[in-house]
Design a binder for this molecule. Structure first.
Ligand code: NOJ
Length: 559
């Protein structure tokens, strides 16, 4: 069985994981020092967010040089050392590749700004004359994901009219022109560079954005953001001018061939409904893609069930493993999301942090723990975002001057951005930096003073802690190969609950209702997110892993 089909992958957000040299940013030496923690947690692989030289305008997703390591994180030698250490511990290592855009500090973009209109240097990006008199209006109506127009005027170069360049994200992240063979060749060579160094795979940043429709046509009147958020059913991913453009598949077929030669894999950041995502998962394209459909579902049994069914159906149609995601560095923490009253809207997505809403931390934590047992019991691969195994909450009260996410600035402060989910990890001790860096060091984002009880040190060995829940779940998952790879079937259960069997008598029950639920008769509880007493009652907002009587026969659930 290929490791990636069932792997539990831990996402290391490098800036916030562990800071060995005390400069406030996490680093490779910090990751190396914490690898035993990850091995003991029970994950199979890590994915490290971008570690390349970068001005950090977007946390490293603005890459200035794809073949080096940012000095704040270490050197290439450290990366080699990390790979050796991880492999010695049996951990695979995936790194982030950011092909949609470079940093404006990348040599190519500097050359493009210095070069003339129509030059080969500008043809690596999307430079266009503006619309209207004096070229004063952007070339089309596309919006940046981070707010504001997706176009910025290039600095004065003496030529008239001035040109604009495209950036679907920050203005320091110019979009590359993927119709240009030079761009394609460069990225194939970058993949080879890291594969030769020994990485086991790549997470592909905004994998569905690379190609743009010829002529860069306007978005239809109802913009993507509006139609997708308010009316997902009418949003047509097949007719979008910069997302899911058909020729992408050819690019990924070539990438697949490269990866195959090295035994490496891809995970695509594809923000599309499951049926569309699956088209990237055909056997000669990407191996896996993040399941955002699942991650963005509200705390609602029907919604989860629908997402699980759609995911399993679309993945099995192409023979790809599903992935299950609860959080990442772009999403508000599950504890916050699930703690909000009512059903969290389905569009509560990666570019919609927006306003801060009231959230009940106790309820959110209970649900996040239950969600952990839900997603780790599903067939396929699962992603754990650093700190979710501790039940970290979203940090909502960062002072404005501490915020670093370009979304905050580009939205004029109306969108608080993603910093609250990127707070440096609490490892130990009573006060900041909680072992993230040496005593006295100042993390790049401030940590809440009351995170003492949430540190790894505080939760390790504490019965019932979220860390111990994750450790136990991963241990059980590892001991029972049928759990990650085996069969799946829904079993009868009352409304607002989920019950499914995974073969060998294993079942997972989740109570998303407001009423206590009796567990199926004869069920033995092997792990639960909240205490299950001798009455065999599963509390609201909790989940349990069970062994059912009669190994895999139909469960009976008293109604
Ligand atoms: C997706 C990344 O996860 C996010 O952090 C980044 O801002 C955008 N892509 C742009 O690279």
């Amino acid at each position: 069985m290929d490791w990636w089909r069932t792997a539990v992958v831990y996402q290391v957000y490098i800036r916030s994981f562990a800071d060995a040299n005390g400069d406030g940013d996490g680093d490779i030496a910090g990751i190396r020092s914490r690898l035993p923690y990850l091995r003991d947690l029970g994950v199979d692989a890590i994915w490290i967010t971008p570690w390349y030289p970068s001005p950090m305008a977007d946390g490293g997703y603005d890459v200035a040089d794809y073949r080096a390591i940012d000095p704040r994180f270490g050197r290439l030698e450290d990366a080699r050392g990390l790979l050796a250490d991880a492999h010695a511990l049996g951990l695979k290592v995936m790194i982030d590749i950011v092909p949609n855009h470079t940093s404006s500090e990348h040599r190519w973009f500097r050359e493009a700004l210095a070069a003339s209109h129509g030059s080969a240097s500008r043809a690596r990006y999307h430079f266009r004359d503006g619309r209207g008199p004096g070229s004063a209006e952007p070339p089309n109506n596309w919006r940046s994901v981070f707010g504001g127009p997706a176009w910025t005027e290039a600095p004065e170069d003496g030529a008239s009219p001035r040109q604009w360049y495209l950036h679907l994200f920050d203005e320091t992240q110019p979009d590359l022109n993927w119709d240009n063979p030079e761009v394609r060749a460069e990225f194939e060579s970058i993949l080879e560079f890291w594969l030769d160094i020994g990485v086991d795979g790549f997470r592909i940043d905004v994998a569905s954005f690379l190609l743009k429709a010829p002529g860069l046509p306007d978005l239809p009147e109802r913009s993507e953001a509006i139609s997708r958020a308010e009316d997902p059913a009418s949003w047509d991913p097949a007719a979008h001018p910069y997302e899911n453009v058909g020729g992408l598949h050819e690019i990924y077929r070539r990438w697949h061939a490269i990866a195959q030669r090295h035994g490496a894999v891809f995970c695509g950041e594809v923000h599309l409904p499951p049926a569309f995502t699956a088209r990237y998962l055909r056997s000669d394209e990407l191996h896996t893609a993040f399941n955002f459909d699942f991650a963005l579902r509200p705390w609602d049994a029907g919604a989860f069930r629908q997402s699980i069914d759609a995911t399993l159906a679309s993945c099995s149609a192409v023979g790809a493993p599903p992935t299950w995601v609860l959080g990442n560095h772009d999403l508000p923490r599950p504890v916050y999301r699930y703690g909000r009253p009512g059903a969290v809207p389905a569009n509560d997505g990666w570019n919609a942090w927006g306003r801060i809403e009231p959230s009940d931390r106790g309820r959110g934590l209970a649900r996040a723990r239950a969600a952990a047992l839900l997603y780790l019991a599903l067939p396929g691969s699962a992603y754990i975002y650093q700190g979710d195994e501790l039940g970290l909450p979203e940090v909502l009260d960062l002072p404005d001057e501490a915020r670093r996410d370009p979304t905050f600035r580009r939205s004029g402060g109306s969108d608080v951005g993603r910093d609250g989910t990127r707070i440096p990890m609490p490892w130990s001790g009573d006060q900041p930096p909680f072992g993230f860096g040496p005593p006295g060091s100042r993390p790049w984002l401030p940590q809440p003073a009351d995170w003492r009880e949430l540190s790894v040190e505080a939760e390790a060995g504490r019965p019932g802690s979220t860390l111990e829940l994750y450790r136990a779940a991963l241990r059980i998952r590892r001991d029972d190969p049928g759990l990650a790879a085996g069969s799946f079937r829904w079993l009868a259960s009352p409304a607002s609950t989920l019950l499914f069997g995974r073969g060998g008598g294993f079942a997972c029950a989740v109570n998303l209702s407001t009423e206590p639920m009796p567990l199926p008769s004869g069920a033995r509880v092997i792990l639960a997110s909240a205490r299950v007493g001798s009455d065999h009652i599963l509390a609201p907002d909790s989940a349990a892993w069970l062994v059912l009587d009669g190994a895999g026969t139909e469960a009976t659930w008293p109604s």
